[in-house]
Design a protein around this ligand. Structure first.
Ligand code: NOJ
Length: 601
């Protein structure tokens, strides 16, 4: 049900549509020794670190509070760097930590060169980056270039007068049919969910454009000053030692300069498609996907590359938030080899299959190997905008086992992997039950009870079974889910059968087994509709086989023969609890939603 689209409309729709919405034993991991990390810190060893990286998204507000105000902070992240190192992550991406009035929890930036006091100070930031570096963990910042907060000084000036030098930094336009006594109609029909994307400013008597909330005015990217400003902002953070940026809502920097109306979206019978609030949906092809964004990103990439050219080439990474329709649509965001754009545009076509359908997973994973022109895929399943995996893929009975299946796809199919805080312990989506508790103004309040907002996937990290799950000594900004009593880091840390141990082991395998790092995928047993199997191989290294059962029944697969090796003994690297260790490729038994990873000897 997840709409995969290309425009900010689809981003918004994604957010909203998704709002509608045994004791385990980890056995036989023959790789339980402590993580052996590569030494980093020199230019050579740092280069291209992102190609096989595990990137961990932290929602800072919910990770760890250290000053008792109920809101997570940077010192809280620093406090848990050892935990993250032990998990095996290479980088943390922080959702925005800049000063913000929090109309959209940081995605409405008031000042791009500072830290929000609720998260700490620049000193805290510098300490966090330095401590992270000691543990070989890079810090990736969120870069919100499409819009700012309406409290950003640029916008305050922009709206102060039509002749202000900042006026042209935003998208201002006269109303249609405006008279001295009336504001007229918005310049065109852009909008969604029955609201216009234009807001009237009574003082200066013009409309401004905002794709997201009225508190997030869009920047005018046709003004070259904006690009210059963001290059300087990026340099500012590069100078502070960040490992890269995740670019927010990047597809929609540019809008149609002629402001043409959008056509209504029609179904295959030619009837208008209605959105969940009953309003006709528009195609929204005029609010994004304009080619100029690629020029901007090529220049941004060149800017970042030049920044490091002498000392540390290839050490920073640009990640894109994209809603590509399919793999070929995704490819364009890498850019041509001579003028590259993103190293890692997010592979949403895999993320939001939202159904354990073997054929679709097989096709999309194969395509990320064959149709991305040798570029590195960035797989992702969860983030702060979508209900967690339990809602999107779980069945309420086998959720932990299903998460083993998905984490195996995430971490054992090559490329870079992006995971979300709490995934590793199996945190569940816990939406508010009462309207008065909703904190996500953008998503939840306006649409209650049909959409409950994004609070459910942003609840405090569950560290212990103690008070507030160890997140805060104060009153947490979002309630701690009751599941924290059993689903928490402390309980899972020492348990060889826990999901946390599973993730640690899987990440360790990704980093240490040559075929997982360097191999290429070949799909196996390709007519099977119940089990997804693939191998990873490269010349001169042992082949690794991976099988994941997408069903609630036990399954058996025979993977011997081309394209897999004809026969061979198997050495188990990792398997779901309760599974026997197969000795040969011909007969691999899988438990319900079971996983098997083995190396052919
Ligand atoms: C995407 C972000 O992930 C989401 O949280 C935010 O609301 C929108 N972009 C607008 O910035």
């Amino acid at each position: 049900m997840h709409p995969i689209g290309r425009s900010k409309f689809n981003v918004a729709l994604t957010i909203l549509s998704l709002m509608i919405c045994s004791a385990t034993g980890l056995e036989a991991a023959s790789v339980t020794q402590p993580n052996k990390r590569q030494t980093v810190g020199t230019a050579a060893s740092e280069r291209n670190w992102w190609k096989n990286a595990v990137i961990y998204e932290v929602y800072p507000r919910s990770f760890q509070d250290t000053n008792g105000d109920g809101i997570g902070d940077l010192n809280g992240i620093t406090e848990h760097l050892d935990y993250l190192q032990k998990l095996g992550v290479d980088a943390i991406w922080l959702t925005p930590i800049y000063p913000s009035p929090n109309a959209d929890f940081g995605y409405d930036v008031a000042d791009y060169r500072d830290i929000s006091p609720e998260y700490g100070s620049l000193d805290d930031f510098n300490r966090m980056v330095a401590e992270a570096k000691k543990r070989h963990i890079r810090v990736i910042m969120d870069m919100v270039m499409n819009h700012t907060s309406d409290e950003n000084a640029w916008f305050v000036q922009s709206r102060s007068s039509r002749t202000d030098p900042y006026r042209n930094w935003y998208v201002w336009h006269d109303g249609k049919g405006e008279t001295a006594s009336s504001q007229g109609a918005p310049p065109n029909n852009w909008g969604a969910f029955g609201r216009s994307s234009w807001e009237w400013d009574a003082e200066t008597r013009q409309y401004y454009y905002h794709h997201f909330s009225v508190h997030q005015p869009d920047l005018n990217w046709y003004n070259p000053a904006i690009e210059q400003e963001f290059k300087e902002i990026v340099s500012y953070w590069l100078n502070l030692g960040v490992g890269g940026f995740r670019f927010d809502a990047i597809e929609t920097l540019f809008e149609d300069p002629n402001l043409q109306n959008e056509a209504p979206l029609l179904d295959k019978n030619g009837k208008p498609v209605l959105d969940p609030s009953g309003h006709p949906r528009l195609q929204r092809t005029k609010e994004g996907d304009f080619p100029q964004v690629h020029t901007v990103m090529r220049q941004m990439r060149a800017h970042v590359d030049a920044f490091d050219a002498n000392q540390f080439p290839g050490t920073r990474v640009l990640i894109g938030e994209l809603f590509a329709r399919d793999t070929s649509d995704l490819l364009k965001w890498y850019g041509p080899p001579q003028t590259p754009e993103f190293e890692l545009p997010m592979d949403m076509p895999v993320a939001f299959i939202n159904k354990l359908d073997v054929a679709t997973f097989r096709e999309r994973i194969a395509e990320s190997e064959t149709k991305l022109g040798g570029n590195v895929p960035l797989l992702v399943f969860d983030n702060h905008d979508q209900p967690r995996m339990d809602v999107r893929y779980g069945d309420g009975v086998h959720d932990v086992a299903i998460q083993r299946v998905l984490s195996t796809i995430l971490l054992a199919s090559g490329g870079a992997s992006l995971m979300y805080y709490g995934d590793e312990i199996g945190m569940k989506t816990t939406p508010p039950t009462r309207k008065e508790d909703v904190k996500d103004r953008m998503g939840g309040l306006a649409n209650w009870p049909r959409f409950k907002g994004r609070d459910g996937e942003r609840t405090p990290m569950q560290w212990t079974d103690g008070s507030n799950a160890g997140f805060t000594t104060g009153s947490p900004w979002l309630p701690v889910p009751s599941t924290a009593a059993s689903v928490n880091v402390k309980a899972e840390e020492g348990d060889p059968g826990s999901l946390l141990t599973w993730y640690r082991t899987l990440i360790h395998l990704k980093k240490t087994i040559p075929a997982l790092e360097q191999g290429r995928n070949t799909m196996l047993d390709t007519q099977n509709t119940k089990v997804l199997s693939w191998m990873r191989r490269a010349p001169g290294i042992p082949v690794v086989l991976i099988s994941v059962n997408f069903t609630a029944e036990p399954q058996t697969v025979d993977l011997a023969g081309p394209p897999a090796p004809a026969n061979g003994a198997l050495k188990t690297l990792l398997k779901s609890p309760g599974e026997s260790s197969p000795s040969r490729l011909e007969h691999i038994e899988l438990e319900p939603f079971g996983v098997y990873i083995g190396q052919v000897q």
